[in-house]
Ligand binder design. Structure first.
Ligand code: ADP
Ligand code: MG
Length: 287
């Protein structure tokens, strides 16, 4: 039987914006010693700024238009920033054959012309030679009609409370913090060192994130639990694999909210330490 105060604990947590889906998760949450974060949208704003458009043959404006149109149906933070940078109304009837390849980018036809927007993995997959770019930021390579057309540099920004949230977790007895990302090593390292995250793994596809979480789970002591925190877009499999899956921001994807054990109502990473604190307080009352 479930002690009544477990219900009180869940109720109290929900008043603080921490939705716990079952009383058993309170106990797991209280034992979390390893916290694994997704980068984009979780530790960073997921609101990018376009910081440069570089082209070979095409006008910058035209390149940005192709990117914004091709991305018109995506809910990825990258897509949203491209829409914002383009700033004009998008006529969706110009865009057909849209295919989003998670961890890679977008394929679509714009005015019947094939357009690809994504990372170097996508260009390799298409067999399109691309120019390396040494700017700090997430590089979106563009191919138009089968040839390389240039790249767009966008920079992601760390959330205001991310660093404090990592420190708070450490003071709450979390032994290890880890960041996983599909972004490049350069961007990942910069964010990880700014935040003081213990370990960072980059260039990961959604499936690689599941494998990494399995490795980290195997490295935990028997009584130590692992939490994964993600904002949603293609994080569902990782959320279900962790001892406890935490979805951040109630505006996250439905699939993530479904797969998560704990849902944080706002997207402030300080809420993770708060969730652990609430669970421990509740268990002390019970035992
Ligand atoms: P993260 O692991 O940081 O949450 P994702 O797994 O969502 O990032 O994406 C990893 C990488 O894949 C991005 O950094 C980007 O290079 C590329 N990518 C993913 N989705 C898109 C998209 N819609 N448009 C362009 N590039 C994308
Ligand atoms: Mg993500």
């Amino acid at each position: 039987s479930i002690p009544l105060s477990f219900f009180a604990g869940i109720g109290g947590a929900s008043k603080e914006g921490v939705l716990v889906k079952g009383s058993n998760y309170l106990e797991t949450l209280s034992q979390v010693r390893c916290v694994v974060f997704d980068k984009t949208g979780t530790l960073t704003q997921g609101v990018f700024e376009v910081s440069g458009v570089h082209h070979n043959e095409m006008e910058n404006e035209k390149l940005l238009e192709y990117a914004a149109l091709a991305e018109c149906a995506s809910s990825h933070p990258i897509s949203k920033s491209l829409q914002r940078a383009y700033g004009k109304e998008i006529d969706r009837s110009r865009v057909t054959d849209i295919e989003e390849i998670s961890g890679h980018g977008i394929l679509a036809k714009v005015d019947g012309i094939p357009v690809a927007a994504g990372n170097s993995k996508l260009m390799k997959q298409l067999g399109i030679p691309y120019k390396d770019c040494h700017s700090v930021g997430t590089i979106i390579h563009m191919a138009v009609n089968g040839s390389y057309a240039g790249h767009i540099v966008i920079s992601d920004i760390v959330k205001p409370h991310s660093k404090e949230a990592i420190q708070k977790l450490r003071r709450s007895g979390v032994r290890k913090t880890v960041m996983l990302t599909g972004d490049t090593g350069k961007v990942a390292q910069a964010v990880a060192s700014e935040l003081g995250v213990d370990e960072v793994y980059s260039d990961l596809l959604p499936g690689d994130k599941v494998d990494k979480v399995e490795e980290l789970l195997a490295a935990c002591q028997p009584k130590e639990k692992l939490a994964f925190v993600g904002d949603g877009i293609n994080d569902a499999p990782v959320l279900s694999r962790a001892d406890i899956g935490i979805a951040m921001g109630a505006m996250g994807s439905d699939a993530a909210i479904e797969a998560a054990d704990v849902v944080l109502m706002d997207d402030n990473p300080m809420q993770i330490a708060k969730a652990i604190r609430i669970s421990r307080k509740c268990l002390r009352i019970v035992y």
